[in-house]
Design a protein around this ligand. Structure first.
Ligand code: SF4
Length: 93
């Protein structure tokens, strides 16, 4: 994907909101290589590209669990949008 940063370069995205203990899976997160724009789109914008990247990310289960555990309200995490995570929380709690 042309927007990816060079391997080993972690920028933006969810890094800012994650505590050091969670960085083990974050280091392998695809979104760390793409930048935050896809994952925090403007209100009403498509999240399709973020979901497509999440679909290729091996860290997706850990990411989703982190987002649900930490009540992350904004952006795409683990392949789910804000609304989808809210729905998931409501149906599982
Ligand atoms: S599942 Fe998506 S948001 Fe989560 S780490 Fe992977 S690419 Fe990033």
């Amino acid at each position: 994907m042309e927007c990816f940063s060079p391997p080993g370069t972690i920028q933006g995205m969810h890094i800012d909101t994650i505590t050091p203990a969670d960085l083990a899976w974050q280091a392998q997160a695809l979104c760390a290589q793409t930048g935050a724009d896809f994952f925090f789109p403007e209100p009403g914008s498509s999240v399709r590209e973020a979901k497509r990247i999440c679909g290729m990310c091996e860290m997706r289960p850990a990411c989703l669990e982190y987002a649900l555990s930490n009540d992350e309200r904004f952006g795409v995490w683990g392949g789910l949008s804000e609304k989808e995570r809210l729905h998931l929380r409501r149906t599982t709690h």
